[in-house]
Ligand binder design. Structure first.
Ligand code: ATP
Length: 631
């Protein structure tokens, strides 16, 4: 992804105006406009697959609903055909020879059939709306869940891939468009059946009529498809900006960052930035409007000319006696009806094409996510891991020139505490992610009791790990779930309270309005908020609750008071005998509890040893320690 920032400042202005938002254009492998890549015909060929997937999804969420919809579609279409055929028959009687009562009498049976069929058609259409109302929410939810599950499952490295986030954004639009799909398909099918029926009637009047009518509506269909293309292209150009805008919206309005926004005077700029981004999106959308207008005007004019031709032909057929006058009068009704059916057919066909373009984005993102789902192997790791070995491990983030971890070899044994220290950006967190297999090494191996993580089932590995990351989540869930999240439920809350005690949170939790049942989200009704340090204690409690073979704490006490920090490290030490423990920290005093310390610089281990050895070694560790004490 290429990011270009255009600065609107001028040399003469005293204070340059604030910079506009970054312009994001896509250049990566996954950032191509599908319409630019694939020919129109290729896009059309893809559509049946997309429709098949949607139909299969609808079938799996609500079979009775789909059956009902199909029956109603058939009913609506068939009754429309009957109405048309019998109207034509009634017209022949009404416009035929005889007295008025005689003609009406002759038309009566046909009129009764028309009335009954029209009534039945209305019932069918009402029930099919009901079926649509049943299927659509389930289908949208299914698509939404498929997307969320796919993103949760991908390898963590996929998030760093060029264009991944934007394709996810496009797929999310696809999810919302799923809502329209059943409606589009339903209308298209109804129009199709009606069109087939109408074609039969109109062809029976004269074989020339149908091709002429087709010509009259075809331009409208072409126009609708071309407009759909323009709309989709505009949507595609806006995907990146819309993605950034929705992220920005969340950051600017989320209550947790509200203090920072206000106290640092950011509101004005954030609103300016949001508006500038919105204006840019609107500008692109508005540029499409004249193109759309040109398409509609041109295709309507063409359609009008063809329609005129149809009427002229009908007049010619009647005046030259090629069709009888009553038949010609019937044809007027039939032409109107067939025209309506054909127009509906092409308009709803184009609408389906339009919706399918968005669904195709969703489908291709789901396929992409599926390709990036872990496929490492079936190997498992023992419950009590004795040894973790890193052998010349190298990892480079996508798009980076330098590796974040560069040839690290290390052995960790059960019962040991390892501390990892080093300056910002030296590769500590990346090393941790490699040890637990969230990232897989580009070169070298990470072995858990001899099992290479590159070939092990990641879920089996993560069952044995507990991680307190540097940026931990404050889950908007109840206190209990903030401890047990991801773990099976227990019959009582005893283990939960034990974890809460271990991080010194009992008193704070007891003071909450509904203790373990308190929703920890101030934004929601009845919710409560914790302090930063209290949240961090809960994150540590969550890791301790898991009782796993490997515990990793990345800056676990950065927001805690000395008592909290003392308590956590005491607890870690007390349980360390049963497991492998890794602590990443900038507070070098905390490394005293470690059996082994490694110092990282530019992705490499440059020093290692115990605390007492390193403070006298005259290297980076003693340097950093001195700086932390010099104030
Ligand atoms: N998701 C990512 N995508 C691309 N580069 C990354 C990513 N995460 C980290 N990096 C880069 O990798 C290098 C090592 O980062 P890492 O987070 O491992 O450092 P760290 O030692 O944990 O730093 P800190 O002490 O600031 O937490 C840095 O240069 C960083 O810019």
């Amino acid at each position: 992804m290429q990011v270009t920032v255009t600065d609107a400042s001028t040399e003469h202005a005293k204070t340059p105006p604030p910079p506009p938002p970054a312009t994001i254009t896509f250049e990566g492998k996954y950032g191509k406009n599908p319409l630019a890549e694939a020919s129109f015909a290729a896009m059309c060929r893809r559509l049946p697959t997309v429709l098949r997937h949607t139909a299969r999804m609808a079938w799996s969420v609500d079979r009775p609903g789909v059956v009902l919809l199909l029956i109603c579609q058939f009913l609506t279409g068939a009754t429309a055909a009957i109405v048309l055929a019998f109207t034509a028959r009634a017209m022949t009687h009404i416009l035929g020879a005889g007295t008025v009562p005689e003609r009406l009498h002759g038309a009566l049976p046909s009129l009764i059939v028309v009335t009954a069929a029209a009534g039945l058609g209305r019932v069918g259409s009402a029930v099919s709306s009901y079926a649509d109302g049943r299927i659509t929410p389930l289908l949208t939810t299914e698509a939404d869940i498929a997307l969320v599950a796919a993103v949760c499952r991908v390898e963590a490295s996929a998030f760093g891939e060029d264009g991944f986030a934007d394709r996810q954004e496009a797929a999310e639009v696809g999810v919302t468009r799923t809502r329209l799909m059943v409606q589009d398909a339903q209308r298209f099918m109804a129009a199709l059946i009606r069109m087939i029926a109408a074609s039969g009637v109109i062809t029976a009047l004269h074989p020339l009529m149908l091709p002429l009518l087709l010509l009259a509506v075809l331009p409208a269909g072409v126009g609708a498809v071309l407009s759909a293309r323009v709309d989709y292209e505009t949507h595609y150009l806006n995907v990146g900006d819309r993605n950034v805008r929705s992220m920005m919206r969340w950051w600017a309005t989320y209550s947790r960052y509200g203090d920072e926004v206000r106290a640092n005077g950011m509101t004005g700029y954030l609103v300016y930035w949001y508006r500038a981004l919105s204006d840019r999106i609107d500008r692109r959308t508005l540029t499409a409007a004249p193109r759309m207008l040109r398409i509609v005007l041109a295709t309507s004019a063409l359609g009008g000319v063809f329609l005129l031709g149809t009427w002229a032909t009908l007049a010619w057929l009647a005046t030259t006696g090629r069709v009888a006058l009553p038949v010609a009068a019937t044809a007027v009704v039939a032409v109107q009806t067939t025209l309506g059916a054909l127009s509906q057919f092409v308009i709803h066909g184009a609408a389906m094409f339009h919706t399918s373009l968005y669904l195709a984005d969703m489908r291709s993102f789901l396929d992409m996510a599926e390709e990036r789902a872990p496929r490492r192997g079936e190997l498992t790791v023992p419950e009590h891991v004795e040894e973790i070995q890193l052998d010349e491990v190298v990892y480079r983030y996508p798009g980076k020139d330098e590796p974040a971890v560069d040839g690290v070899s290390l052995t960790l044994r059960r019962g040991q505490i390892l501390a990892v220290v080093g300056e910002n950006g030296s590769g500590k967190s990346t090393l941790v992610k490699l040890i637990i297999g969230v990232l897989l090494a580009d070169k070298g191996r990470v072995l858990w009791d001899g099992t290479d993580l590159a070939h092990a089932d990641p879920d089996a590995v993560w069952k044995r790990t507990a991680l307190v990351p540097q940026n931990f989540a404050c889950w908007p869930l109840r206190t209990r779930e903030n401890i047990t999240l991801g773990q099976p439920r227990t019959h009582d809350d005893q283990p939960v309270w034990e974890a809460i005690d271990a991080v010194g949170m009992r008193e704070a939790v007891e003071k909450l309005p509904r203790q373990l049942d308190t929703l920890l989200a101030k934004e929601l009704w009845g919710g409560a908020e914790l302090s930063g340090g209290q949240w961090q204690r809960l994150a540590c409690g969550r890791a301790l609750y898991r009782q796993t073979a490997l515990v990793i704490l990345d800056e676990p006490t950065s927001q805690m008071d000395p008592r909290g920090e003392h308590g956590i490290f005491g607890r870690i030490k007390a349980i360390a005998g049963e497991r492998i423990t890794i602590i990443v920290t900038h507070r070098l005093e905390n490394t005293k509890i470690a059996d082994h310390i490694v110092v990282m610089e530019e992705g490499r281990i440059t020093e290692h040893g115990r605390y007492e050895d390193l403070i006298h070694a005259g290297g980076t560790f003693s340097d950093l320690l001195r700086l932390s004490q010099e104030r």
